[in-house]
Design a binder for this molecule. Structure first.
Ligand code: GLY
Length: 363
């Protein structure tokens, strides 16, 4: 589907991809004085940013020192000011909670593994503490008790509703003059010494710089004038949701690779599969069953409950995280965030804006 509208002209920077990463970058660039146009082949924010559960949880995702871990911890620290600033600029509310996360062990072996992992994490700045079972029973009354062996609490993990963030970013971007061209897929980028040409089905336009932030689709772009882009690929996640009374799951709850969280609107989410099956949007009943089984294992009252919602999304996987210029001061890459695109949006936007500002003069 095409917007039928003209390709945005007379903007300085083009952002390809209108998910949470592209929108955050566009917002920060516009705040720093650039005129920005976003291109999205569908509806902005309609893919991974729409599907993501919204865990801001280094405690559940990282256990080794790496640049990615450092960025994740930094972005987690920056999330509250990011959300507050965005709420103020967009005049909308964002469901964001610094609720922490509970990791559960249902056997002695699982508990040993939790404790070992926590020891390694504390050395890299991710803190947690062991809880008494009585504390778990008191604060998480819905959690299964009969086979619970132990638990750890990660106070710094948090949750956000990514759909709220995207909605607010769209408003904040538009208020700052960002043009969001939806249903306007970019077919080709031509990078030259002094400009970038963007070609779409609707026509072409010139910009001073371009940012590629198209998630799992990023390396499908044809780009001339620079070496091929590092590869991106989709990693499908299937999730389920239950409508539950507020407070059913007041923090993130994790068991092994499964996680649970509840939005302010009551939706309790259980996730997620990790599937390497290309851009296949099929909802697999076996995955729904696995997720529902885990939900029932951790929250026995869900044992006989049918999920009210099931959906899939494509995590932006790839060779590695790209937050950098690519062989030209006119081309920037912001993709490969894999499981942490929602979390890493603030630091990604800051880093791209800083590098672009250092490389190019505003007109
Ligand atoms: N960030 C959790 C996931 O990708 O499933």
């Amino acid at each position: 589907m095409s917007s039928g509208g003209p390709v945005p002209q007379e903007f300085s920077v083009a952002v390809v991809g209108g998910g949470i990463i592209g929108l955050s970058i566009a917002w920060r660039l516009a705040q720093s004085g650039w005129t920005v146009a976003i291109f999205d082949k569908c509806a902005a924010g309609g893919e991974a940013s729409w599907a993501g559960a919204g865990m801001l949880a280094p405690g559940g995702e990282f256990e080794e020192v790496s640049r990615l871990t450092e960025l994740a911890i930094e972005s987690r620290r920056e999330y509250q000011p990011f959300v507050r600033e965005l709420e103020a600029e967009s005049d909308t509310a964002i469901d964001f909670g610094e609720c922490g996360a509970l990791d559960l062990a249902f056997s002695g072996e699982e508990l040993k593994a939790l404790d070992e992992r926590a020891r390694g994490q504390s050395a890299i700045g991710i803190h947690s503490k062991a809880l008494e079972l009585s504390q778990v029973y008191a604060f998480w009354p819905r959690i299964r008790r009969d086979t619970l062996a132990g638990a750890r609490f990660y106070p710094d993990d948090a949750v956000v509703n990514p759909r709220d963030v995207v909605y607010a970013l769209k408003i904040a971007c538009r208020k700052r003059g960002v043009r969001i061209a939806e249903h306007c897929g970019v077919q080709r980028l031509a990078i030259s010494e002094n400009s970038v040409t963007i070609e779409t089905e609707e026509g072409s336009a010139e910009y001073r710089a371009v940012v590629v932030a198209a998630g799992a689709w990023s390396s499908q772009l044809a780009v001339g004038g620079v070496p091929d882009l590092p590869s991106a690929r989709p990693v499908k996640g299937q999730l389920i949701g239950y409508r539950q009374p507020a407070g059913t799951c007041a923090t993130i709850v994790r068991h092994g690779s499964f996680y649970f969280l509840q939005r302010a609107n009551g939706l309790m989410i259980a996730g997620a599969s990790v599937e390497h099956s290309g851009f296949n949007r099929e909802i697999r009943p076996t995955i729904t069953e696995q997720l529902a089984k885990q939900a029932g294992l951790v929250f026995p009252h869900l044992d006989e409950t049918t999920p009210s919602e099931v959906w899939v999304g494509f995590r932006p996987g790839g060779e590695e995280l790209q937050i950098r210029s690519w062989h030209s001061p006119r081309l920037y890459l912001a993709y490969g965030h894999y499981r942490n695109g929602i979390l890493l949006a603030p630091v990604t936007a800051k880093a791209i804006t800083t590098e672009l500002n250092a490389n190019l003069q505003k007109p």
